[in-house]
Design a protein around this ligand. Structure first.
Ligand code: ADP
Length: 416
């Protein structure tokens, strides 16, 4: 008779923000059971946002961005590094790792995040071509960011732009190539896109929008990036920041419903028994993200879903969904976004973008649904509360930056 795999009360796959926060929440609520964490990375779990910011410029070290020291982990969970889960058996309630080990669970929490999308071109694997998703990625990139060299960033989303800002600060010559006709088109409106285009251009970055990368060239190492119009951009280093592929395949093979993300309910349950999923790999219905389930790629969402799962597992009331939010730091400019904007929303600009401090408010049928706050922290705090309660605010009162958002809502509601 061979012994079966060791069974954990809670088995967590992935130790990013989502997985780590489940451990922290279980421990702080006094969960008495055994908790095992499987991570495919070799390093102690760390915070991801600095990877495209302070960690690249060496302002922060790997130790500084670790979530918790090793001795916290040894008291909190059985943490296994370097273990990639390649199969889930929802009937036997076990998972299998690439090195052939098996782990049993009473509850499984899938917090596997995703991998950086690769460019669908040949030579995308050449030395000198980087993505920025893991600490190992950022460590390799950092070693290549040498003053005086030429960096081409493919993709004008947050990852690409934050990396561009860090590289300019390190003295590289930087070009950003974006397929869409403006930067940040997936996540923000035109006013904010225009502001970031100017910000980067003024810092010395060459911003090319409406241009598609069709190939990478080089022998031992990347030497150029080819665009669709035939332009060849010389490059010593290339960063590919073209989005995330959510880690859904293993759960899909196990029979979970997947559609651009693992579909989960308000309690983060998948449709496999005792299997939960949280964080970047999931799609959830969210009262503040519109009518269809959304994949909300943010630290705040990972943390919120982690707390929900921990509450379910400890049989406590689950926290109510809060308004999604996100931040991006580029140069010395802090952007904080609230809510999930849709392209059809009406944009109202508060303050002058040329001053470097402004907020863009997004209205849907007269209701404030989202904001992008550029160095206006009071707008972020007040705007979040207004979005949470579905406040109706008139465009006229929103547009006056001298009137606080809270006052603007009071004025609109009194007038109505
Ligand atoms: P990330 O979180 O990695 O920044 P986003 O999806 O927010 O991801 O942004 C990625 C950006 O990359 C998008 O603006 C998209 O239009 C752009 N993009 C995707 N493929 C290409 C390509 N081949 N060349 C240039 N830009 C691309």
């Amino acid at each position: 008779v061979t012994a079966g795999p060791r069974v954990s009360d809670v088995l967590i796959v992935g130790a990013g923000h989502a997985g780590t926060q489940v451990v922290a929440a279980l421990r702080s609520s006094g969960h008495p059971g055994s908790v095992t964490v499987l991570s495919d990375e070799e390093t102690l779990p760390y915070e991801r946002p600095p990877l495209s910011k302070g960690y690249l410029t060496a302002a922060q070290t790997a130790e500084e961005i670790a979530f918790r020291p090793a001795d916290w982990w040894s008291g909190a969970a059985d943490l296994h590094l370097g273990r990639r889960v390649c199969a889930v058996d929802p009937v036997a309630r076990t998972v299998e790792t690439a090195d052939g080990a098996r782990f049993g669970y009473r509850a499984l929490v899938w917090a596997a995040g995703g991998r950086a999308r690769a460019l669908p071109v040949s030579a995308a694997e050449l030395p000198g071509v980087h993505t920025v998703r893991t600490l190992a990625d950022a460590t390799a990139l950092r070693a290549d960011l040498l003053p005086g060299t030429r960096l081409v960033v493919v993709g004008g989303g947050y990852i690409g732009l934050e990396t561009a800002a860090a590289a300019v600060g390190l003295g590289l010559s930087v070009t950003v190539v974006e397929t869409a006709d403006r930067l940040l088109a997936r996540v923000t409106g035109e006013s904010v896109s225009r502001f970031y285009d100017t910000l980067h251009t003024d810092a010395g970055v060459t911003v090319l929008t409406g241009r598609r990368v069709v190939g990478l060239r080089g022998e031992q190492r990347v030497s150029a990036v080819e665009l669709e119009d035939g332009t060849r951009l010389p490059a010593d280093v290339v960063v590919v920041g073209v989005g995330l592929v959510p880690a859904t395949e293993v759960l899909e093979r196990a029979g979970a419903r997947v559609d651009g993300g693992v579909l989960v309910d308000a309690q983060c349950r998948t449709d496999l028994p005792s299997v939960f999923a949280i964080g970047d790999c999931t799609r959830r219905s969210h009262p503040h993200a519109g009518p269809v389930p959304a994949r909300i790629e943010s630290v705040a969402n990972a943390t919120e879903q982690a707390k929900i799962v921990a509450a379910v597992l400890t049989e406590r009331a689950t926290p109510a969904p809060s308004v999604p939010w996100f931040w991006s730091h580029q140069y010395d400019v802090m952007l904080r976004t609230v809510g999930v904007r849709h392209p059809a929303d009406v944009e109202v600009v508060r303050g002058d973008p040329a001053s470097g401090r402004f907020t863009v408010c997004y209205l849907r049928n007269g209701v404030l649904v989202a904001l992008d706050c550029v160095d206006r922290p009071a707008d972020f705090a007040q705007g979040k509360a207004l979005v949470a309660r579905g406040a109706r605010v008139s465009p006229e009162s929103l547009a006056d930056p001298a009137v606080s958002l809270k006052q603007a809502a009071d004025i609109s509601e009194t007038a109505a």
